[in-house]
Design a protein around this ligand. Sequence first.
Ligand SMILES: Cc1cc2nc3c(=O)[nH]c(=O)nc-3n(C[C@H](O)[C@H](O)[C@H](O)COP(=O)(O)O)c2cc1C
Length: 172
Amino acid sequence: MKILVLNGSPRLNGNTMYMVSGFKAGAEEAGHKVQVEHVAHREIHGCMACESCHTKEMGICAQKDDMDNIYQAILDTDMLVFASPIYYFTLSAQLQSTIHRTYAIGIPKNVKKTALIMSSGSAYVYGPAISQYYQSIIEYWKVQNAGIFTSNGTMNKSKEKWDELYHFGKSL
Ligand SMILES: Cc1cc2nc3c(=O)[nH]c(=O)nc-3n(C[C@H](O)[C@H](O)[C@H](O)COP(=O)(O)O)c2cc1C
């Protein structure tokens, strides 16, 4: 299976990527192809709501930036993993811009399952807001939720957390 991870953290050796690295190692060991896109290091602008993708060039975004490649990767993948640090009680702006920009392509045709990986300082940020946001996306896309994984405080960069993500990846 092709797995695309959209990493919304700008910190390439940070807590989110630590969890992603465990996931990637496990999934690759299980024979899956994992591609990680560091969207915080790409030029990805917010949606301008011009509606060109729905009225002029159907399914094509009028903005020409690094989403061009990400669109193709999203359309090609079987599984999409959202990975993000928590910034002000929600996913990073960089990841959210990427999600908003999928407005142009609509429901990704090949995606069958998704997962959510998040890291924070505090344990008290994983309330209903984020899970409802994620749940709404998977219901709209009619895909299976493969899992939600969180880490915070001293659990960040712990072997226990890496192992949890590794086993998740390997179980796919
Ligand atoms: C702009 C910003 C906002 C943050 N907001 C929160 C927050 O609301 N709640 C929280 O627990 N941690 C917050 N944090 C801490 C990060 O979520 C935490 O350090 C996380 O592990 C960083 O992941 P990373 O190493 O992948 O970047 C914030 C950090 C930054 C830079």
